[in-house]
Write a protein that binds this ligand. Structure first.
Ligand SMILES: [Zn+2]
Length: 168
């Protein structure tokens, strides 16, 4: 039964609901590594990811809406408060991204509140700079370890560097 479900997921991944599935690759490798112990719950999570209603794009400048809460100021100077899971909020709270031109994927909960897509099942936060689009990750040059939330390297405990990678 579990194998059948996993095969279904692979079929879903190949066909992809967004056309280009490559932005999901980092979370997919995490998912593979945890598949042995928690295969059923992970498969269920992936199914939920694909069962969600279509994502919406929100674009604008990353600002604070007060009390450290992240928000997007749109081109029309409208302020949209941002919700997300702790990992997403950690990225949005990174001071190095303050005032960045962000593209976020998720859903409007109200006209002034936007829930950014799940951190582990989709790439939902992109930076636009000089006409190019970048993914956000964090890099430890000492250990050559990449992570996806800001903070210290899991290995050497040095602060990781913000690493923007161009989306081609
Ligand atoms: Zn390190």
């Amino acid at each position: 039964m579990a194998m059948v479900m996993i095969c279904d997921v692979f079929t879903l991944l190949r066909t992809g609901s967004r056309g280009d599935f490559s932005p999901c690759l980092p979370s997919w490798s995490c998912l593979l590594s945890s598949m042995n112990s928690r295969s059923l719950s992970v498969v269920a999570a992936v199914c939920l990811c694909f069962a969600q209603s279509p994502t919406t794009t929100l674009r604008g400048k990353l600002v604070e809406s007060g009390a450290g809460q992240p928000a997007i100021e749109t081109a029309g100077r409208k302020l949209v408060a941002l919700d997300g899971d702790p990992q997403t909020l950690a990225v949005l709270g990174d001071a190095r991204l303050a005032a960045a031109d962000l593209e976020l994927l998720g859903q409007f909960k109200t006209p002034t509140r936007f829930a950014v897509g799940p951190f582990y099942t989709s790439k939902s936060v992109f930076v636009h700079k000089d006409g190019k689009k970048y993914t956000i990750s964090y890099w430890c040059p000492t250990c050559s370890i990449r992570s996806y939330t800001p903070g210290r390297c899991v290995c050497c405990q040095e602060e990781t560097h913000l690493d923007l990678e161009e989306v081609h």
